[in-house]
Design a protein around this ligand. Structure first.
Ligand SMILES: *Cc1c(COP(=O)(O)O)cnc(C)c1O
Ligand SMILES: [Zn+2]
Length: 422
């Protein structure tokens, strides 16, 4: 008797360059051309199982789309992740001069307040299926937080590797869960290079090295949710922050998959990329009309996006070209302004990457690359409480008084701005 292999809805790992297929193991590059491997699915079977009615009957987490996520059985890590709010941002829309604007708010993702909880829950669930006991990652901060937290909850051991100049908030947010935090004197790209060597030597599940094909697929859930929460339609524009460029490519893939299995009607859309000017290899290439990026040395307050040699930069450029989209970048001051705009208009405190996204959207709208009559979704991917250092000293000041009514009245009378607020 032939035992049927149980791989859920996955068929194989497949090279993005030559199409060669590989078993569904912890491996990420093609042996022939070093192309990245990607999960291939059985879309015919998925189409029968993943209907709108089926999705709507399931719990409100990212796992309601589980046929399109790369695990064989039921999820075992991060079962509560996702289904973050899609906020209609009318006040911000007015400020930016756009008709229809939405904020996909992954600043409140569970449990570590960034979109990385999506990719980590997939990577760790798959790691457990493959029998790993120790998980690891190379991180610009948020990934370290999420691996540390989710590994703790799953009873896995974890090693997280970070550049030594990270924000305090993100360092403490990894240490508190008892993870082994290795801080490396160097940029993320050097951390990543070291991790590739370590991954080859130790038998760990490195979420963004040997587990990358599974890990990266988790990002699609952000796109699936956007389409469902918009009432099963594709927004004309989506603005996505880029570090490695992976999230941008997976938002595009999520829209294509929902079209392919008939959950949304096909429509023209643009997936725009956002970077900080201090680390803009992908946006610089897009603006110059190039298909390849030139690596840069990062120098920006948007540390979560500070990847000078982006692994998926080439594919992100391709997606922008295919969807007729643009990339832009913004200075550190514009990042802070973006954070303030979002906070003051919508009551959402995003981290620096969110400031990048808002700042870039503002530029794209002002220049007409996003027309004023179109619909736009901004992907806000991380929480401002983790990058307080970036805005401290740039967000106004407290007025300090003694606990006396007289002092308060004197203060009001001495400042026109306060008097006007009464
Ligand atoms: C990791 C990260 C991104 C983008 O990551 P990609 O490598 O491009 O997929 C965006 N925003 C935040 C806050 C992140 O932590
Ligand atoms: Zn290949």
């Amino acid at each position: 008797m032939i035992m049927e292999k149980h791989d859920g809805f996955m068929k194989a790992l497949k090279c993005r360059e030559c199409g060669r297929e590989y078993p569904l193991a912890a491996t990420h590059v093609c042996e022939f051309d070093f192309g990245p491997l990607e999960v291939a699915y059985d879309y015919d079977r998925i189409k029968k199982s993943l209907t709108r009615a089926a999705i709507e009957s399931r719990p409100q987490t990212m796992w309601r789309y589980r046929e399109l996520l790369p695990i064989a059985g039921a999820p075992t890590v991060g079962c509560q992740v996702g289904f973050t709010p899609l906020v209609k941002a009318d006040r911000l829309a007015k400020r930016l001069g756009i008709r229809e604007l939405w904020v996909k708010n992954d600043a409140v993702n569970y449990p570590t307040l960034s979109f990385k909880d999506r990719v980590v829950s997939v990577a760790l669930s798959r790691s457990k299926e493959l029998g790993f006991k120790t998980v690891a990652c190379a991180s610009t901060g948020n990934l370290a937080n999420s691996v540390a937290a989710n590994a703790a909850a799953a009873g896995l051991k974890s090693f997280v590797f970070i550049p030594s100049d990270l924000e305090q908030g993100k360092v403490i947010n990894s240490l508190v869960y008892g993870a082994n935090v290795i801080s490396i004197k160097g940029h993320y790209d050097e951390v990543n290079r070291l991790c590739a060597e370590i991954a080859g030597k130790f038998g760990w599940a490195f979420v963004n090295v040997n587990m990358r094909p599974y890990y990266a697929e988790g990002s699609k859930s952000m796109g699936f949710e956007i389409l469902e929460q918009l009432g099963w339609r594709i927004p004309q524009h989506t603005v996505v922050p880029m570090a490695s460029g992976s999230l941008l490519t997976k938002i595009h893939k999520s829209y294509q998959e929902f079209v392919k299995i008939g959950l949304v009607r096909d429509a023209k859309y643009h997936v725009h990329g956002a970077q900080p000017t201090g680390c803009n290899p992908i946006s610089a290439a897009q603006k110059a009309g190039l298909d390849f990026f030139k690596p840069v040395k990062p120098n920006t307050i948007a540390k979560s996006l500070a990847i000078g040699t982006p692994a998926d930069g080439f594919y992100a450029l391709k997606v922008m070209k295919e969807t007729g989209a643009s990339a832009e970048d913004v200075t550190d001051d514009e990042v802070r302004e973006g954070i303030r705009l979002l906070a003051e208009c919508e009551g959402i405190f995003a981290e620096t990457a969110g400031g990048v996204t808002v700042g870039v959207a503002k530029k794209l709208i002002a220049s007409g690359r996003i027309p004023a009559n179109d619909s736009v979704v901004l992907c806000v991917t991380g929480n401002g409480l983790k990058t307080l250092d970036a805005v401290a000293g740039h967000v106004g000041r407290t007025r300090d008084i003694k606990p006396s009514l007289r002092e308060f009245e004197a203060l009001i009378n001495s400042e026109a701005e306060l008097a006007a607020a009464i």
